[in-house]
Design a protein around this ligand. Structure first.
Ligand code: TXA
Ligand code: MG
Length: 353
C-alpha cells in the first residue's frame, strides 16, 4: 500500500522542535519514521507496539526472523527491557554510549515477541545523534530501528538513500543530511562468555579490547567464506546483505599486487561485454582502465573509507555497472567493518592477489 512519505528537513545540531514533535507523534500513533543516527539512517517504530513493528518489517520487506535494534534515549531506559544488566555491560554503556555500540541482553517480558523475532534476547543501543536523541525523548518510548533500506540493499547514509528505497512505504523521514560514521554499529553479545562481536561496526574491536579483558570476534564476523547457518548466532548474518544491484567481487592480498589482479578481472569482464566498475583507494586510483572508477579515500584513513562505502555502492548502481571489482582493505579499526560488508556484498566471491 502506497502512502505519502513526509520529508522533514531538520538542522542536525539544533533540530526544529516542531518537526521532531510531528515525527514523534507518528511514532506514538504506531507509524514509521526514518531518522538519522551517527552510523546510518534507521527506520523507527514504537518497539513496544507489536503492530507497528510488524509494519516496519513489511515496509522493509525484511524477513521476520531478523530482529531490529532497539534504540533508547537514556541508559536508565534499558533496565525495563532486559532481565539483567551484567556488570561488564554497565561499564560499556557508561564508556561507549551514546555511540555505535549495540549490546545483546536477555530480554524482559514487556518486549513484544515480534520486536525480537521470537528470541529470548534483545539488541539495544543509545545513538549519538542529536536528532535521534530528540526523537527518542519526544516519543517517550524505545524505538525499534533497523537500517532504513529495503532488505538486502546497502544501508542508507542520507535521507535520499532512504527515499530511493522506501518512498511511499513509510510515513516520514527526518532529513538531517549525511551520517557521520557511515557503517552500522558494532553488535556485541553480552550473553556469551566471553562477550562476542557478532557484527563489527562503528566501535572498533581495538577499543573494546581496551575495556574488556576478554572479548572475541564471532567467526562469522571475520569470515572470508560462507559459514553454515546453524553456526550463525546473529540472525542477520544468514541473510543476503549490503548488496547493490551490480555483482560485486573482491580482490584481497598484498596492496602492491592488487592493481594487476584487478585489471586482469576488468579485462575478463569487459570481454564478456559487461560494464565494469572498480571500487578503489586514492593510492591506486590512476591504475585502472574500467568504465567507472571510484575511490573510497586514502588507505591510511579507514574512517573516511567507512564513511564513503555505502554511498559509493549506491552510486555504482546509479551508473548502471554490471559488476563492481572492489579492493580489499586492512582488517583493522573501521576496516574490519568495511571488509565484513564488502565480503557479504560479494557473496564471498574473493580473489587473492
Ligand atoms: O548502526 C546501526 O546499528 C543501525 C542504526 C539505525 O542504529 N541499525 C542497524 O540495524 O544496523 P539492523 O536491524 O539493520 O541490524 C541489526 C543487527 C542485525 O544483524 C540483527 O540480526 C542483529 O543486529 N540482532 C538484532 N537483535 C539481535 C539479537 N537478539 N541477537 C543477535 N543479533 C541481533
Ligand atoms: Mg540493516
Amino acid at each position: 500500500m502506497m502512502k505519502k512519505t513526509l520529508v522533514f528537513k531538520v538542522n542536525s545540531k539544533k533540530p526544529e522542535l516542531e518537526a521532531i514533535r510531528a515525527a514523534a507523534n507518528i511514532i506514538k500513533n504506531g507509524g514509521l519514521v526514518a531518522f538519522p543516527t551517527e552510523t546510518v539512517y534507521g527506520l523507527g517504530a514504537d518497539a513496544l507496539n507489536a503492530k507497528a513493528v510488524l509494519a516496519l518489517f513489511e515496509a522493509k520487506k525484511r524477513p521476520l526472523d531478523n530482529p531490529p535494534i532497539v534504540h533508547v534515549g537514556k541508559i536508565e531506559n534499558v533496565y525495563k527491557l532486559v532481565r539483567e544488566v551484567p556488570p561488564k555491560a554497565e561499564v560499556l554503556m557508561r564508556k561507549f554510549w551514546p555511540g555505535p555500540l549495540t549490546l545483546i541482553f536477555k530480554r524482559s517480558d514487556v518486549v513484544p515477541s515480534v520486536t525480537v523475532a521470537g528470541l529470548d534476547t534483545i539488541a539495544i543501543r543509545m545513538p549519538r545523534h542529536i536528532v535521534a536523541l530528540a526523537l527518542l525523548r519526544e516519543s517517550n518510548c524505545p524505538i525499534a530501528a533497523p537500517s532504513a533500506n529495503l532488505a538486502g540493499k546497502p544501508s542508507p547514509t542520507s535521507a535520499n538513500h532512504v527515499l530511493e528505497d522506501l518512498n511511499g512505504r513509510i510515513d516520514a523521514v527526518l532529513d538531517a543530511g549525511p551520517t557521520h560514521i557511515g557503517v552500522e554499529s558494532t553488535v556485541l553479545d553480552m550473553t556469551a562468555k566471553p562477550p562476542q562481536i557478532l557484527r563489527p561496526g562503528g566501535t572498533p574491536y581495538e577499543e573494546l579490547r581496551k575495556v574488556l579483558s576478554n572479548v572475541e570476534l564471532h567467526p562469522v564476523a571475520v569470515a572470508d567464506r560462507e559459514i553454515p547457518v546453524e553456526k550463525a548466532r546473529s540472525p542477520g548474518v544468514k541473510h543476503k546483505h549490503y548488496a547493490p544491484n551490480a555483482e560485486v567481487v573482491l580482490v584481497e592480498g598484498e596492496p602492491s599486487k592488487i592493481p594487476s589482479k584487478v585489471n586482469e578481472l576488468v579485462d575478463f569482464y569487459k570481454q564478456e561485454n559487461k560494464r565494469v566498475g572498480v571500487l578503489t583507494t586514492d593510492e591506486n586510483f590512476s591504475h585502472y582502465r574500467a568504465d567507472v572508477v571510484k575511490s573510497l579515500g586514502s588507505r591510511k584513513n579507514l574512517t573516511v573509507i567507512a564513511n564513503n562505502l555505502f554511498r559509493l555502492l549506491r552510486e555504482f548502481d546509479a551508473e548502471k555497472v554490471d559488476v563492481i571489482i572492489a579492493e580489499g582493505l586492512p582488517m583493522e579499526r573501521l576496516g574490519l567493518a568495511v571488509m565484513n560488508r564488502l565480503r557479504k556484498a560479494a557473496g564471498y566471491k574473493i580473489f587473492k592477489a
